[in-house]
Design a protein around this ligand. Structure first.
Ligand SMILES: CC(C)(COP(=O)(O)OP(=O)(O)OC[C@H]1O[C@@H](n2cnc3c(N)ncnc32)[C@H](O)[C@@H]1OP(=O)(O)O)[C@@H](O)C(=O)NCCC(=O)NCCS
Length: 178
């Protein structure tokens, strides 16, 4: 398995993986799967900001992807990004999420960010909570019933990971252009 930057040629694979989790899971609060063009636009926006949008590929097949995007658009948030990670349903539990998210973390650190935030759909999302914990994220609170999907209220679980020393000292770069 290799981890590499996503390209426009990955758009259909990204849409298929994400679409499955939109339709069947609680990790994202989207209800209607976005098409490949929309996925590619998101990828270009992320990479255009200098942030990582990566895929894990094995034998020519995209098994999962992860990226970092601005947490919120206001400039005070310029040293914080939010991560997203999705793995094909038949490839979960095999180290794909760990491999691709670990590289996103490393790339965000190299960018000079100070906090990476996970906004995890569903308190019962043991896989995402476990993955983020395994990669050093700490609990940062729960938003109770912020979402309503598949006929029930759904929490969001906040987790965060300090990068480059976190808040131990002032930032030493420009951060994101917001
Ligand atoms: C969450 C997700 C990305 C994890 O990816 P994955 O490839 O299945 O995870 P990995 O196999 O790399 O597991 C890495 C670590 O995460 C933890 N983990 C993974 N699955 C877990 C589970 N079901 N329960 C508890 N911990 C789990 C473990 O610590 C694991 O390390 P280990 O294998 O050494 O025990 C994947 O399950 C997924 O796509 N889920 C649906 C979409 C989603 O919720 N995305 C996150 C949105 S915030």
């Amino acid at each position: 398995m290799i981890v590499r930057a996503a390209t426009d040629a990955d758009a259909e694979a990204l849409a298929a993986i994400y679409g499955h989790h939109v339709l069947h899971g609680f990790g994202t609060f989207e209800i209607t799967p976005p098409d490949a063009a929309w996925m590619d636009g998101r990828r270009r926006d992320v990479q255009g900001r200098g942030l990582p949008y990566l895929v894990a590929e094995d034998a020519g097949r995209v098994l999962g992807f992860a990226y970092a995007s601005p947490f919120r658009p206001r400039p005070g948030y310029r040293f914080t990004a939010e991560d997203s990670v999705y793995v094909a349903p038949d490839a979960v539990g095999q180290g794909v999420g760990r491999a691709v998210l670990a590289q996103v973390i490393a790339d965000c650190e190299a960018f000079g960010l100070r906090q990476l935030v996970a906004v995890i759909g569903d308190s019962l999302n043991a896989a995402s909570i476990g993955l983020h914990r395994a990669l050093g994220f700490e609990p940062a609170g729960v938003g109770r019933s912020f979402g309503f999907k598949h006929g029930r209220w759904v929490d969001i679980v906040w987790m965060q990971k300090a990068l480059n020393g976190g808040d131990a000292c002032p930032p030493d770069g420009q951060g994101l252009s917001l």
